[in-house]
Ligand binder design. Structure first.
Ligand code: PMV
Length: 360
């Protein structure tokens, strides 16, 4: 599938060399993307909070070369990373038609994350979006007339081809990806800033990430997505995501936190229920994931505070809560939940404004 809108006209100038740099945040889905069609098209729409502290910073130097094929080196925190090469090679192959300069240059890509590499936090969303943004910055130098709006749209479109959820890491602070009948402008091809009213209850919403298991996931999200083909509950699940996103539109407007919690926790547990009912089945939660969930439920019942959890494709728990209740909830996390984290580690994060260019 080729999308003509993103194929550039011949460039006005081809530079000999240059540089680009961007930082891009991670994101956490409220309605989950799980299951995809060919060309990284999601099986259902999703919506996410863009984070603030958890991000990847990537810089890229490019220089004209004469050899054929793609040529690049990748460094993570200053160390040459051969392991990243196949994923980037695959990404370049997918996006070459949209960025015809990819074979013209040799690239040196340097990347670092604000969160520990082995934290179990997926760096693919922030990593792929930061790389897509750097490549767009190169294209902008070759085609200086590009509008900011087009820049962001194409960056999200490209990031999606690197890692689906990465397309939700360009803008802040609520992003929709996937066509939904009641969300104007929503698209399977890219993430858009959530276009409707959002109640002040969600301003500065917190996400504290409890690092339950910092190890490699036993099952990658690529494998997990594929197991949604022929999954006995797939169609119901995709329909449920549409209706949960529909319900969230009025929740985000009214600030109804109880309904917000019901939808968000149900989405997290449904995601893991899909994993547990795949063929082959698998479990990514750990005993401490369940300890934390039970403690959150007990604390919520006891205090009436609006604390809730969500999960991504791993054992770590994202604890979500409003700014107005942050003090008491942060204290509870420190005294009651941190003991269930590996080495007591957690990361305090909140809603963020999206990716930022880095000035040299
Ligand atoms: O972008 P991927 O292929 O790593 O998939 C991410 C899937 C979830 O994190 C589980 C859900 C989501 O919508 O982010």
């Amino acid at each position: 599938m080729i999308v003509n809108e993103f194929i550039p006209k011949p460039y006005k100038q081809l530079l000999e060399r240059g540089a680009a740099a961007y930082s891009a945040p991670s994101n956490i889905a409220l309605v989950k993307y799980w299951g995809k069609k060919a060309h990284q098209i999601p099986a259902n729409p999703s919506i996410s909070f863009t984070l603030d502290n958890c991000k990847t910073t990537t810089s890229l130097k490019f220089e004209k070369k004469t050899s054929e094929g793609f040529s690049f080196e990748v460094f993570l925190e200053g160390v040459l990373e051969e392991d990243f090469k196949p994923k980037i090679e695959q990404f370049f192959n997918r996006i070459e038609v949209y960025l015809p300069f990819l074979r013209t240059y040799h690239f040196v890509i340097e990347t670092s994350n604000t969160f520990p590499h082995s934290s179990g936090i997926a760096s693919s969303a922030s990593g792929m979006s930061a790389l897509a943004l750097c490549l767009m910055q190169v294209e902008q130098q070759l085609n200086p007339d590009m509008s900011k709006e087009f820049f962001n749209k194409k960056a999200s479109f490209l990031a999606r081809l690197g890692s689906g959820s990465a397309c939700r890491s360009i803008e802040g602070n609520l992003v929709v990806w996937g066509t939904h009948a009641n969300i104007e402008g929503s698209s399977d091809l890219l993430g858009i800033k959530y276009p409707y009213e959002v109640h002040q209850n969600f301003t500065n919403y917190h996400d504290t990430i409890l690092l339950v298991d910092k190890g490699e996931k036993q099952v990658s999200s690529t494998v997990g997505h594929n197991l949604m083909h022929n999954h006995p509950f797939a169609e119901q699940r995709f329909a449920q995501a549409h209706s949960n996103l529909d319900a969230l539109i009025s929740v985000l407007k009214s600030g109804d936190l109880s309904t917000f919690i019901r939808i968000v926790e149900s989405e997290a547990l449904t995601l893991h229920a899909m994993m547990m009912s795949s063929d082959p089945y698998f479990i990514l939660m750990k005993p401490n994931t369940l300890e934390i969930i039970n403690k959150i439920w007990a604390f919520r019942a006891q205090t009436g505070l609006h604390i809730c959890f969500t999960l991504d494709a791993g054992a770590n728990v994202h604890v979500l809560f409003p700014e107005a209740e942050a003090k008491e909830i942060q204290e509870f996390i420190k005294t009651e939940l941190a003991v269930h984290c590996q080495n007591g580690h957690f990361i305090e994060d909140k809603l963020g404004q999206g990716a930022q260019p880095i000035k040299n």
